[in-house]
Design a protein around this ligand. Sequence first.
Ligand code: MRU
Length: 349
Amino acid sequence: MTIPVSIEWKNNRLIILDQQKLPHEIDYLTLDTIESVYDAIVTLKVRGAPAIGITAAYGIALAAMNHHTENMLDFREYVQKDVEYLAESRPTAVNLFWALERTLLSIKVAQTVHEAQELLLKEARQIHIEDEESCRTIGEYALTLLEGQSTVMTICNAGSIATAKYGTALAPFHLGRERGKDFSVYACETRPVFQGARLTVWELQQSGVDVTLITDSMAAHTIQTKKIEAIIVGADRIAANGDTANKIGTLNLAILANAFNIPFYVAAPSSTFDLSISDGSAIPIEERQSREVTHIGNLPIAPPNTKVYNPAFDVTPAKYISAIISEKGIIYPEFKENILAVLGKTASN
Ligand code: MRU
């Protein structure tokens, strides 16, 4: 039983697990241009907030290796353009912008193009390593929170393959498995593109965690009849007051948790917090192509020319969240004060 990983840097190449093809095919793609990195993010070959950030950072490092100039001013301009290009790939997960910002900051001190190229790669690798450490720590904290609970529901895939390793919401299940704590996980299929059915079920099966698939519309009945004890989800962006954007359908689960009086936990690294926005209304919500709703794979399930609304994320108000689990610690309400305290920030930074 192994915990799958989806991103590897090898021989100056970026290798990713093609998540579009899971679970039918386990196929790895080599990305060696910034265009291929952009495409992989847009088409969900790589997805999940931390994984998008890590991939983008490697994308900038890859592109930098292909900029053949000795002129630092030209080089900085190229890197700036690369950053702007990748920033257009997906709007909601703040980890993307956080990672791109880190790459820019990393070359502030560089004197030569060669030095800057090396610093960009070093920064990408550092982001990658730090994310694995953060996810492991999130898993440890989540295990303590879930000590008395073993039947847990989740949505989308906030797992190992959405991060460097372990995942956020799925980290306690992987770590629990290593330590002999058996969770029973109910995974919502997560329409429209089935990250729950295709990815979470596959990932948990790989690591030997007991997982049961339900359709999204079965959540209320399942909580009621299968005695779900807690819900744990990931996040794409958390505002300063704790409002949290995550995969569409998360808000439904938060309201259900509230109605059934069970805890609703959000698990996310500090790179997912956006303290520049005061609440969730400022989080940009990605709308994706209608085909994701009108088709399952290549099979149409709606009449031609059907009008579609396809938001990829929703925002859960902080009032529905029992705790946010970060690598810096567990954050309880009142989130506005406690996020700053646990992350070790002040309102201005
Ligand atoms: O559209 P996706 O698959 O990128 O959406 C992913 C999610 O919503 C995850 O829950 C979130 O990014 C956290 S991944 C640790």
